[in-house]
Design a protein around this ligand. Structure first.
Ligand SMILES: NC(=O)C1=CN([C@@H]2O[C@H](COP(=O)(O)OP(=O)(O)OC[C@H]3O[C@@H](n4cnc5c(N)ncnc54)[C@H](OP(=O)(O)O)[C@@H]3O)[C@@H](O)[C@H]2O)C=CC1
Ligand SMILES: CC(=O)[C@@H](O)[C@H](O)COP(=O)(O)O
Ligand SMILES: [Mn+2]
Length: 395
């Protein structure tokens, strides 16, 4: 353990991962000090977090919410400085006094602050998978150049990280790894046909069988786009080809993923489905700290089941695999179209099956370019969002 407490910025502090992160941090005040907390609209929640964790800085999107927060903090006698807007997210990610950044903003909005943390050489705890999906090659190059310590928080990738040798860069084959087995719960509609999926509601889609998560990732789990994004994420994190990543539906979500080796061994990481485990792992690596998670009771679990994903009823997984195989800006286009589609579904403007259809149409409409520069990736993201909105308006 280092001699002084590590200072931590939590991007997306008011979300599901953000609140779990603060729960783990609060269990170890001798190890961690909160530097900055950020939110988008949830000013009441951010105020409560500032009272509890007393960060040096708080960031919120709109100036009017920042003014409201400043006033409440002043009344409470707290010295937290409040800043507003996306530039402030970058500032609290790259500030020299910050050691660790938890990247837990949802969606493309997390890309610039996460990349800023990487470029500043921080320990980056990556929950925001969309950032890596959009900018994979550029992102991993930035990690290599800056010497940032990148630790995957997504439960599957955290599990695979734990199952790989400590030094696993340079390709899986070099380390005797033949396949990564990415587990999927199958979501709330596992076993449903394409026809029965047509009428599902946002609340049904957000009722994940095993995990309590934000609404966007919950819908992604229900369409299997989450597994598609995770397949892309695994390729970048572990230097794997898409055909080396096998998706295995495992409805209990007890095995969080596995690595298969050339000698026939398969290493798995198991645990109760509670994100505080990977969060604590990322915070303390290579040490281990308590996370407040109940010990796994295998007698209560009783059985572990496995099945193949149904890519006919859930086409998003195939669309993601194809985007990764095509490369360039294809994953950024896929991600942007999906974000627009999920928003429209959650607002009641698009049916559940329409999400995959929208993604497929936007992929057809957007040319794939090289993804070596951030400007090109952001332009592809913007173009895909325009195409997606136009498609929604035309229907
Ligand atoms: N939840 C989970 O268990 C897991 C999540 N992940 C990934 O982690 C990320 C976060 O997920 P989750 O915690 O579920 O999401 P939530 O929706 O619960 O939280 C999202 C957070 O991001 C903030 N936010 C939303 N939009 C913006 C924006 N435009 N600019 C700045 N901040 C914004 C929200 O602020 P506000 O509250 O003010 O809206 C909130 O703090 C996602 O990328 C997800 O895929 C990965 C694995 C598991
Ligand atoms: C907790 C976590 O990492 C989520 O991404 C989870 O994996 C979602 O579950 P499924 O996508 O497997 O349904
Ligand atoms: Mn996951």
């Amino acid at each position: 353990m280092s001699e002084r407490p590590q200072t931590v910025t939590v991007l997306g502090a008011t979300g599901s991962i953000g609140t779990s992160t603060l729960d783990v941090l609060a269990r170890h005040p001798e190890r961690y000090r909160v530097h900055a907390l950020t939110a988008h609209r949830a000013r009441e929640a951010l105020l409560a977090q500032c009272r509890a964790h007393r960060p040096a800085l708080a960031v919120i999107d709109r100036e009017e919410d920042a003014a409201w927060l400043r006033e409440r903090l002043r009344e409470a006698g707290l010295a937290t400085e409040v800043r507003a807007g996306p530039e402030a997210l970058v500032e609290v990610s790259e500030a020299p006094e910050v050691d660790v950044v938890m990247a837990a903003i949802v969606g493309a909005a997390g890309l610039l602050p996460t990349l800023a943390a990487v470029r500043a050489g921080k320990r980056v705890l990556l929950a925001n998978k969309e950032a890596l999906v959009m900018s994979g090659g550029l992102f991993m190059d930035a990690v290599a150049r800056s010497g940032a310590t990148l630790l995957p928080i997504d439960s599957e990738h955290n599990a695979i990280y734990q199952c790989l040798p400590v030094e696993h860069r340079g390709g899986l084959a070099r380390h005797g790894v033949t396949r990564l087995l990415l587990t999927a719960s199958g979501g709330p509609f596992r076993g449903w046909s394409r026809e029965t999926l047509a009428a599902v509601t946002p609340d049904q889609a957000c009722a994940h069988p095993n995990w309590s998560m934000g609404r966007k990732i919950s819908v992604d789990s229900a369409t299997l786009m989450n597994k598609g994004l995770e397949l892309i994420e695994a390729c970048w994190l572990f230097d794997a080809r898409p055909d080396q990543v096998q998706v295995v539906v495992h409805p209990q979500s007890v095995i969080h993923s596995m690595a298969a080796y050339s000698d026939g061994s398969v290493l798995a990481q198991l645990g109760n489905p509670d994100m505080r485990t990977p969060i604590a792992y990322g915070l303390a690596w290579p040490e281990r700290i308590a996370a407040g998670v109940e010990p796994l009771d295998l007698f209560a679990v009783a059985r572990l089941d496995f099945e193949a994903p149904d890519e006919e009823a859930f086409p998003c997984l195939r669309l993601a695999r194809e985007a990764m195989a095509e490369g360039g800006t294809a994953p950024a286009v896929l991600n942007a179209a999906n974000e627009v589609g999920v928003d429209a579904f959650l607002d009641g403007r698009l049916g559940f099956a329409g999400i995959g259809e929208l993604v497929a149409r936007v992929r057809e409409a957007c040319p794939v370019e090289a993804a070596g520069e951030l400007e090109g990736i952001l332009a592809a993201d913007a173009r895909a969002r325009r195409e997606a909105r136009a498609w929604l308006a035309r229907r």
